[in-house]
Design a protein around this ligand. Sequence first.
Ligand SMILES: Cc1ncc(COP(=O)(O)O)c(C=O)c1O
Length: 385
Amino acid sequence: MNSAAPELPVDALDVLRKRRSAKWQTYPADVLPLTVAEMDFALAAPVADALREAVERSDTGYAMATPGLGRALAGFAARRWHWDIDPASVTAVTDVGVGVVELLRLLARPGDAVVISPPVYPPFFDWVPEAGARLLEVPLAHDAAGWRLDLAALEAAFATHPAAYVLCNPHNPVGRVHTPDELAALVRLARIYQVTLVSDEIHGPLVLPGATFTPLLTVPGAAEVAVSVLSASKAWNLAGLKCAAVVTAAPRLAAVAARLPPDTQWRIGHFGVLAAVAAFSEGGPWLDQLLATLDHRRARLADLLRQRLPMVTWHPPEATFLAWLDCAALGPDNQARERFLDRGRVALEPGLRFGAAGAAHARLNFATSTDILEQATARMAAAAA
Ligand SMILES: Cc1ncc(COP(=O)(O)O)c(C=O)c1O
């Protein structure tokens, strides 16, 4: 990481407001949206070039993910994480949500339990029933040091023989990067109780300075019990283009991936594949700049919260561009978030969307300019007063 790399630029607010994506269209024009996990930075040049060139070629047909996506992902994983992926073990899927749901359909019989650990990315609560399975919640443990997997509670849950555990690695919204020891313990439990681990690693490239990402499949013994789902869509802001990857490393899970619906390959976005291949192959220097920029934003947000909203507490995230704010001093449930929106015209994600453990919390997206963070925290402080 080159810490001297210049920070990534962000367009002025009036230009951002012209975007047609969900983040910029959900709220009225006087609201600053720090909500859904889209970033405000300009696209990485290799990604923008790949998309522009495709438009110039009128290259807008169906996606052809093989062999390019697997090769590009394997190259990135080897360079970045020393993770050796066989490109042939990569199956392209529409997005991470589709990948997890289709895997759960294959892993769980109707009514089987699937474990998740709230507070967690809200669609996890939908994906499990969508796959015909039953949710079993094992909340994260929380103490003064932050949030982490509750391995004792996970063991008790695994002993009831759920079909799978959907791991969020790193964990949205708390920004926790699970340690190699924690993941090794999780793998040990999965092997003892025969629970398949589905590891959502969409935030893997977004591990910030100070922490190190451990892809689950690099943990000894994980290959027989784990499958990983990754995407370039968070780190390079490509969520609307629709391309993700399911990765396996042993025959049992490869056989599961081979049973993904046969039409899966036709449901992927062609631009998603082109952009993901460009991002994984040539987007490393831009990603380094992004991580340096987010590191600065994280520090700036810490200063702003300390100065302007001292009643709000948080554990700065080790990964992601998301801040999980404890607003209990401003009221229960989603009251603080409603106050920030109604009085301050700043939209954050309501904590209760992330499960009961999210009560009195709100999630703030800091992948934006310093100027917008300054404005947002000033308005939040006025709303809290
Ligand atoms: C943990 C996690 N998984 C999945 C997604 C969504 O991924 P996709 O759009 O590829 O389904 C997000 C989006 O923010 C996320 O945070």
